[in-house]
Each structure stands twice: as structure tokens, then as C-alpha cells.
Design a protein around this ligand. Structure first.
Ligand SMILES: Cc1cc2nc3c(=O)[nH]c(=O)nc-3n(C[C@H](O)[C@H](O)[C@H](O)COP(=O)(O)OP(=O)(O)OC[C@H]3O[C@@H](n4cnc5c(N)ncnc54)[C@H](O)[C@@H]3O)c2cc1C
Length: 493
């Protein structure tokens, strides 16, 4: 068996792991990172950028949100059901983390106040611009995968400082001696065992988004049936399982819910077009929320989760399709953009002809209900009731604004089924504000730390979309906090 030794072993080189590795190396510690896949960066390579408050970009644009005010907003949003000291330390450090990243060559677009709309109408956007989108290497606009440039720079910085990251090396077990963590047992791509002896072990394996069994066991969702979340290959809850085996306390495994139609990347325009504030029903044929809220992916995800089959169905008629094709959709979110009605009918026909089972088109409402498996009698009654309210310009049930009340009368009719989605899982390992792992009685397990989504229990039951970029923000800052805690412990304050 190959044997290695370092001050710190960091299990995984995704976003939080990379932040811990680079910061620990800067703190003068010897570091070994163990990364299961052939690349560093994990899920962060798919994203846009992290949360921060109090940055120079915000100050330059006279956005006056302070870390303290953002902290209070966060804690109020989660009803103070989170470790206030951890949130506080993360928020107050976040601006300096942006500078730290800039120091290693990461560049950011100035965050912009792009969605000055009421809270329920926001997708992920903030009343204050907190998401700092990374400028992609070689130029380009803000968008998906921009953050890959940030993980690349972090990887380069770690190497420059002498940290070693072993790729294709999966950690299997935390080594414990007399109740303290003393290293990690790992396996390389050829199956050879590697023992890394260390004074501190940091867990950063990114949750269990690619582990349907764990998701079913802890949250009750059936992936592919009532859940269509991102699955980053290899993110299977390894670190959570290892930490629990080593005696770590449990926190609930949750998800930052949003919503999407199944296989949405292949029917992207439809996924955008049906995010319309008109008539939504559940499989029982009943309205279940105030439809204009559908622009808010987080709130809508929560509402859909509660419906029979975990399904919400957006219904359009030909008059609405004509209107949206001519004037553009009622809502434009930052992901789907403005053009999703350009080829609406062709997109619907193509999806149906390719066997896509979640979009429907019918000449009558009866046929639409039958095709989509909606309770027909109740659906017809709902449409009649809804149309009456539209005629009266008053939603006497949910009090939706009058401008979103257009009757559903002209065939052909269309429907799309939406389900919940998520970026991955959150939580699992209990920590304190210094990122030290705690057992179920709240005692520190010496030498063991958990960062990133494996330990992220600061969002309560709903992702704080009003303070965008929060998952990456948490990952980066807990990575750095862990590295500083370890340096304080090993080298003295
Ligand atoms: C499409 C998409 C877009 C996103 N956009 C944003 C955004 O714009 N802003 C934002 O704030 N958040 C965003 N997120 C969320 C954010 O990317 C994640 O929350 C973040 O990357 C999680 O960091 P992490 O370090 O916890 O895990 P990851 O970055 O996922 O890293 C986990 C790593 O652990 C490795 N690993 C797993 N098991 C083992 C093992 N046994 N041994 C060794 N290594 C192991 C994996 O290979 C992986 O590299 C997005 C997510 C997705 C999927």
C-alpha cells in the first residue's frame, strides 16, 4: 500500500475542496487533495458564480447592502433556523474572498441589478446583486459554465503553492484513532490502496446528487419520477457516509428545490415557454398556486412538490400562444430568455413525434385532460370557473393580478408537465461555525472538518434566492474557514 503524509488531507477537489486546499497551502500547511474524478472543480464547473456582499463592485455601483443587513435578511428568510455564527462568518468574509480569488487571476463581471421586480416574481435574482459571475477565459458573456475558469485558477494556485491533488483517487474511509481523525484510506484508478496520514481531514465531496437511493431514503423523491435534478457523476454521498461512519452527527439531507420539465435541456424552449402565468393545474385538475409566482423557480418548486405525483401542469390555448409569439412571453427569466415562442408549434410537434411524454396538444380540453392524465371532470370545471374569473377580471380564489387573467378557450390547447429539480443535495454532516465536525451530542470530533454542500445546512427548507450565488459562496468561504481553523489549531493562533 502506498503511504503518504501531510498536515491536511482534503477529500475532493470540487469548489469547496479547492478553496480549502489553496488556503491551507497559503497558510503554510502541507496539503494533499484526493479527487475521485479526472478533473477538479466538481459541480462548480457548470455554474456562473458565487455570492458576496460588500464587494468593490457593489460599492462602485452604490449598492448599499452591508454584510450585516444581508446576514439579517438571510437569517429572517430561514426563520433563524441556521447556525447564525456560521452564516455571519461566511457573509462577513465573502467580499474578501472575491479579492482573494482576484489575486489569483479570477475576474468577475460587475454584478447587476437585473431583476428589479417584486420578491415572488424573482427567479434567483436578488433585490441586491450578490451573485458575482466569473468572466470566462477567452471572453464571452455571463452564462452557464463561466465558473469553470474560477476552479481552473484555484487548481493552478494550489499547484503553485505546492499542494498535491491526486486525480482519479476516491477516498473510501476516514482513519480514526482514539476518537480523532488521523488520515484517509483511498483507492486509485487501478484499485491500489493509498493511505494518507494527516493531522486534519477535510470532507468536501459535494453531497449526494448522483445517488438516487440516498435521495429516496432521506427525502422520499424518486429520481426520474417526481424529481429531475442535476446529477454530477460521482457525487454520491461518499463524504457524508464516511463522516457518519466516523461518528459525525447527522443534519437533514435536503435539496435547493427549483422546477423544470424532464430532460429540459433537450426541450429548452418549451421549458421556457410554459413558464407562463396563466392556468396551472395539478393531476386532480385543480389550481394549486397563484400562477404569476411561476417566475420564481424556488417558490414554484415548493408548490409543485406538494401536488399529486409531484407534478404541476401549465396549460396554454392558441390565443395565448399567438399573443406570446407576437409580443414575447409574459415573463423572461435569465435562463430561458426571450425567444422561446419563436418556433412553439414546431417545438411541440417535434417533441411529441420524438416520443417526449410530458408535452401535450389537443383540439379539445377533454382530449388534453385525457392525454395528460388529468382528472377530466374537475379540469373542465376548473377551466370554466377560471374563464369566468378572467371575464370578470378578478381572481376571487388566489387574487392573481388582472393582467395575468386571460381565458383558456381557443383550441388547439397545450400542456406541459413540470416536476421539481435541484443542483444536488445539501447538508448531512453536522459542523460548528469553525467547520469542525460535531457528533450527535455536539462534541467536536478532533481533526475532522466538513465544508461545501456536504455540511451546508444554512438554508432551512428553501434556498434564499433573494441572495443569489449562495451555494458557491458557502462552499468557497467554508473551505477557507476550515483552512484557517486548521492553521490556528496546528500552528497556533
Ligand atoms: C448546472 C449547475 C449550475 C450551478 N450554478 C451555480 C451558480 O451560478 N452559483 C452558485 O452559487 N451555485 C451554483 N451551482 C451549485 C454549485 O456549483 C455547487 O453548490 C458547488 O459546486 C458545490 O461545491 P462542493 O465543493 O460542495 O462540491 P462539488 O463542487 O460538486 O465537488 C465535489 C467533488 O467531490 C468529488 N468526490 C466525490 N466523492 C469523492 C470521493 N469519495 N473521493 C474523492 N473525491 C470525491 C467529486 O468528483 C467532485 O469533484 C450550480 C450547480 C449546477 C449543477
Amino acid at each position: 500500500m502506498k503511504k503518504l503524509e501531510a498536515d491536511v488531507v482534503v477529500v475532493a477537489a470540487g469548489l469547496s475542496g479547492l478553496a480549502a486546499i489553496a488556503q491551507a497551502a497559503e497558510n503554510g500547511l502541507s496539503v494533499i487533495g484526493l479527487e475521485k474524478s479526472s478533473n477538479t472543480g466538481g459541480a462548480a464547473n457548470m455554474g456562473m458564480g458565487p455570492f458576496a456582499v460588500g464587494t468593490k463592485y457593489q460599492r462602485m455601483q452604490a449598492y448599499d447592502l452591508t454584510p450585516g443587513e444581508a446576514f439579517r435578511q438571510h437569517m429572517n428568510f430561514v426563520h433563524w433556523n441556521a447556525d447564525a455564527r456560521l452564516v455571519r462568518d461566511y457573509y462577513f468574509r465573502s467580499a474578501e474572498t472575491i479579492e482573494w480569488l482576484e489575486g489569483m487571476g479570477v475576474e468577475f463581471f460587475p454584478p447587476a441589478l437585473t431583476y428589479p421586480v417584486p420578491e415572488r416574481m424573482r427567479a434567483y435574482a436578488s433585490p441586491f446583486p450578490t451573485a458575482h459571475c466569473v468572466k470566462p477565459e477567452g471572453g464571452g458573456m455571463p452564462g452557464p459554465r463561466c465558473a469553470a475558469t474560477m476552479t481552473k485558477r484555484l487548481t493552478e494556485r494550489a499547484a503553485e503553492l505546492g499542494a498535491e491533488i491526486l486525480l482519479n483517487t476516491a477516498a473510501k474511509k476516514i482513519l480514526m484513532e482514539n476518537g480523532r481523525a488521523v488520515g484517509v484510506l483511498a483507492v486509485d484508478q487501478d484499485g491500489a490502496e493509498i493511505k494518507v496520514q494527516a493531522k486534519a481531514v477535510v470532507i468536501a465531496t459535494g453531497g449526494a446528487g448522483d445517488n438516487p437511493d440516498m435521495i429516496r431514503e432521506h427525502m422520499g423523491y424518486e429520481w426520474g419520477k417526481d424529481l429531475f435534478s442535476f446529477r454530477i457523476p460521482g457525487v454520491q454521498g461518499d463524504g457524508i457516509r464516511m463522516a457518519w461512519e466516523a461518528g459525525a452527527g447527522h443534519t437533514p439531507l435536503t435539496m435547493e428545490l427549483m422546477y423544470q420539465c424532464p430532460d429540459n435541456m433537450n426541450v429548452f424552449s418549451l421549458d421556457g415557454a410554459f413558464r407562463a402565468p396563466d392556468l396551472w393545474v395539478n393531476l386532480d385538475g385543480e389550481r394549486f398556486f397563484e400562477e404569476a409566482t411561476c417566475i420564481n423557480s424556488t417558490f414554484t418548486g415548493n408548490a409543485i412538490k406538494r401536488q399529486p405525483g409531484g407534478c404541476g401542469i401549465s396549460v396554454l390555448d392558441s390565443a395565448l400562444v399567438k399573443k406570446y409569439t407576437k409580443k414575447g412571453p409574459a415573463f423572461v427569466d435569465h435562463v430561458h430568455g426571450f425567444r422561446c415562442f419563436d418556433n412553439f408549434d414546431a417545438d411541440v410537434e417535434k417533441a411529441i413525434s420524438e416520443g417526449y411524454q410530458y408535452v401535450f396538444k389537443a383540439d379539445t380540453l377533454e382530449e388534453l385532460a385525457e392525454q395528460a392524465g388529468i382528472d377530466k371532470e374537475r379540469f373542465l370545471a376548473t377551466v370554466e370557473e377560471y374563464n369566468d374569473m378572467c371575464d370578470e377580471h378578478t381572481d376571487s380564489y388566489f387574487e392573481k393580478e388582472g393582467r395575468y387573467l386571460t381565458p383558456i378557450r381557443k383550441g388547439p390547447f397545450y400542456a406541459l408537465k413540470f416536476y421539481i429539480g435541484a443542483y444536488g443535495t445539501l447538508g448531512g454532516i453536522r459542523i460548528n461555525h469553525r467547520t469542525e465536525v460535531l457528533d450527535n451530542d455536539g462534541h467536536v470530533i478532533t481533526g475532522l472538518y466538513a465544508i461545501g454542500t456536504d455540511s451546508c445546512s444554512i438554508f432551512g427548507d428553501t434556498y434564499p434566492f433573494t441572495l443569489g450565488g449562495n451555494t458557491m459562496g458557502y462552499c468557497l468561504n467554508t473551505g477557507r474557514i476550515a483552512a484557517d481553523t486548521i492553521a490556528d489549531t496546528l500552528l497556533g493562533e
